[in-house]
Structure formats: structure tokens, C-alpha cells
Design a protein around this ligand. Structure first.
Ligand code: ADP
Ligand code: MG
Length: 201
């Protein structure tokens, strides 16, 4: 399966989502993470680990052809501001587009722009994932979910809570389940639930 993680908005959790979906898929079958962002956040994440690091290989997009063979699953992390052409080609070349959306930035129009593009390009296989959802009593996550459902956008049932464990995981160069943090298990459970929704259709 080829999963592309993309959005016109930066900082919404694309790389964090790519890393953890790849970690999930790797448990099922050999998985490759393609770093399609010039900033190379996923590559840097993979190089920071001093211990076991990440359980899958991370390669730059330019090396994709060289490495694809032998992998059952491919996750593609992308840059924050793709050209329309790149966006269309990314959509055509994958089984599912995952669109991370951070409730707090709904006021900015990155998400709306992304969703309009998806509709204009008639992309069928995509799903919005709420990320960095602030804890109760904050209601932004619920509001955004209701808004997206009302507009008929496809949405993952599980959502990703805003947890410092994710930042620690990036700093440590590991998936969040390898972080010593009382909320690390909760953080991983959230992505595991998303991974299950992807693989169970
Ligand atoms: N669920 C989360 N909770 C808290 N911080 C997060 C979460 N997801 C991502 N972050 C942090 O937010 C910042 C942007 O995340 P990143 O995955 O790099 O987004 P993008 O790839 O879209 O730019 C990073 O500092 C990352 O550690
Ligand atoms: Mg990124």
C-alpha cells in the first residue's frame, strides 16, 4: 500500500504522522518511508537516534526507484507547500492520501485550501486526520470534526492528541513508543488506531 501524507499547511504533523504510520505498517510488512520534503525532517529524525532509531528505512524521494523493490508498504512524507502539479501527481500515485489537520490553525486557510484542491482534482481516496488536538476542556478538535463531517469530508475516527511525547520522540530520533513519558503509550495507541483504520479499509 502506498500512503501519502500531505497538506498545504506546514507544522500540522505531516512528518510525525508519516513516521508513526510507517512504524505501524512495518509491524505488518516491510515498509519504506520516502522523504519528499526538501527540509528532510523525516531523514533527520531517522539520523538522530542513538539507540535503535527507527524500525524502517528512510530515503530521499530521488532514490525512490532504487529502493522500492522489496517493500510492501510505502509512506511518502511531503513538503508543506506542494505545487498543484506535484499535488495532483501525489494524489494519483497513491492508495490513500492522509491529510493532517491541526484544529488550532483552522482559522488559517491551509486546510480549506487543501480540501478545495482535493475536490477540484476529484481525488477520491483521501482522509483527514485531526492532529495535535488539545485536551479538554478545549473544544477545537470537536468543532473541527463537526465542521468537516457537516461538509461531508472523509475523516479518520481516531484522532491524535497534542502530547509533548511526540516532540520528545522527534528529538530522540525514535517512534513515540520508545520515549520515557507517561503519555507515550497513549500517543502510540492513537497512531496505531489510525493505522488499523487504514489497513482494515
Ligand atoms: N500530536 C502532537 N502533539 C504535540 N506536538 C506535535 C504533535 N504532532 C507534531 N507535533 C510537533 O509539531 C511540530 C510540527 O510537526 P511535524 O510533524 O514536523 O509537522 P509538518 O511535517 O506538517 O511540518 C513538531 O515540533 C512536532 O514535534
Ligand atoms: Mg514535515
Amino acid at each position: 500500500m502506498i500512503v501519502t501524507v500531505t497538506s498545504y499547511k506546514g507544522g500540522v504533523g505531516k512528518t510525525t504522522t508519516s513516521i508513526h504510520l510507517a512504524a505501524y505498517l512495518q509491524r505488518l510488512a516491510p515498509t519504506l518511508l520516502v522523504d519528499g520534503d526538501g527540509i528532510r525532517s523525516a531523514t533527520k529524525w531517522s539520523q538522530r537516534g542513538t539507540g535503535q532509531g527507527l524500525p524502517f528505512k528512510v530515503i530521499p524521494a530521488a532514490q525512490m526507484a532504487k529502493h522500492l523493490r522489496g517493500y510492501e508498504h510505502v509512506v511518502i512524507d511531503t513538503e508543506g507547500n506542494p505545487s498543484d502539479e506535484d499535488f495532483r501527481e501525489l494524489a494519483e500515485g497513491c492508495d490513500l492520501m492522509v491529510i493532517p489537520a491541526e484544529p488550532e490553525t483552522v482559522a488559517t486557510d491551509g486546510l480549506i485550501h487543501t480540501l478545495e484542491k482535493l475536490q477540484a482534482l476529484k481525488v477520491e481516496r483521501y482522509k483527514v486526520l485531526l492532529t495535535k488536538v488539545p485536551p479538554p476542556p478545549r473544544t477545537e478538535g470537536k468543532q473541527l470534526r463537526e465542521m468537516l463531517i457537516a461538509e461531508g469530508f472523509p475523516l479518520f475516527a481516531p484522532e491524535i492528541p497534542r502530547l509533548a511525547a511526540f516532540e520528545k520522540a522527534a528529538a530522540g530520533g525514535v517512534p513515540v513508543y520508545d520515549i520515557k513519558d507517561e503519555r507515550a503509550a497513549r500517543a502510540w495507541d492513537a497512531y496505531e488506531a489510525v493505522g488499523k483504520e487504514i489497513t482494515n479499509g
